[in-house]
Write a protein that binds this ligand. Structure first.
Ligand SMILES: Nc1nc2c(ncn2[C@@H]2O[C@H](COP(=O)(O)OP(=O)(O)OP(=O)(O)O)[C@@H](O)[C@H]2O)c(=O)[nH]1
Ligand SMILES: [Mg+2]
Length: 221
């Protein structure tokens, strides 16, 4: 596809999972390029929002991630649907040292599906399962294999990271950005097919051509 200028795509990316799972730590490390690790726990109240731009390699496309770091504490559950409303991508986080957070992932995925009114998981936009705190090797209760199996069952890509160790925190965000771009391209292709627009021609220019009044034969310019 030929695009002149820069194309910016925007996605509301919700980060969700049990309280204390490590969501804010991941978000803050990603947002600050590894500079800000919250050593002391500060519970998220309602939802924290930040924006980060991810450039898609070898394209002139960037994805603006509007990251919504959702409070996992139960007291906020009546607000979860509101913050999930309009989400088009998500990171579902659990703590590898905490079995409860691992077990709760299906509940969280169900909430995403409900908020999107989606009957099947493919309709809810790109999402990933993120196992965090892998630096806690001695306290680890959930293995990589268990995580991978869960991800497969939920139909999500699996990532492992440690915010404390600044290990692989960016990867799930990059994946979601790239998958969101792929989804955009796929949808654009479908629109082109329906509109009968050849792939090499910019869709916008053709749409404008079609809007021009047709010349009647014999009309002078
Ligand atoms: N060892 C270790 N500790 C971590 C890691 N990530 C977060 N923590 C700690 O885990 C605690 C909870 O982290 P948060 O990121 O605040 O958890 P949260 O999921 O945002 O929790 P809520 O805001 O209550 O939903 C904090 O004390 C962090 O310092 C990690 O990768 N390794
Ligand atoms: Mg938090």
């Amino acid at each position: 596809m030929t695009i002149t200028g820069k194309l910016v795509l925007r996605t509301k990316c919700v980060v969700l999972g049990n309280s204390g799972a490590g969501k804010s730590a991941i978000v803050q490390m990603f947002h600050s390029d590894g500079a800000q690790y919250p050593k002391t726990y500060a519970m998220t109240i309602h939802c924290d929002v930040c924006v980060k731009v991810v450039n898609i390699p070898d394209t002139n496309v960037s994805v603006e991630l509007f990251i919504h770091d959702l409070a996992g504490y139960d007291a906020f559950q009546e607000y979860w649907p509101r913050y999930l409303d309009g989400a088009t991508s998500f990171l579902l986080v659990y703590d590898v040292t905490n079995v409860e957070s691992f077990k709760a992932t299906s509940k969280w995925l169900h909430l995403v599906q409900k908020a999107r009114g989606a009957k099947d998981k493919d309709a809810i936009g790109p999402g990933v399962l993120v196992a965090t705190k892998i630096d806690q090797t001695l306290r680890r209760a959930i293995t990589t294999k268990q995580g991978e199996e869960l991800a497969k069952a939920l139909g999500l890509m699996y990532f492992e990271c440690s915010a404390a160790g600044n290990t692989d925190v960016d990867a799930p965000f990059y994946y979601v950005s790239s998958a969101f771009y792929d989804l955009y391209e796929e949808n654009l292709k479908n629109v082109r097919r329906i509109a009968g627009v050849p792939d090499e021609q910019p869709a916008t220019s053709l749409a404008l051509d079609k809007l021009k009044p047709r010349q009647q034969s014999g009309d002078s310019l």
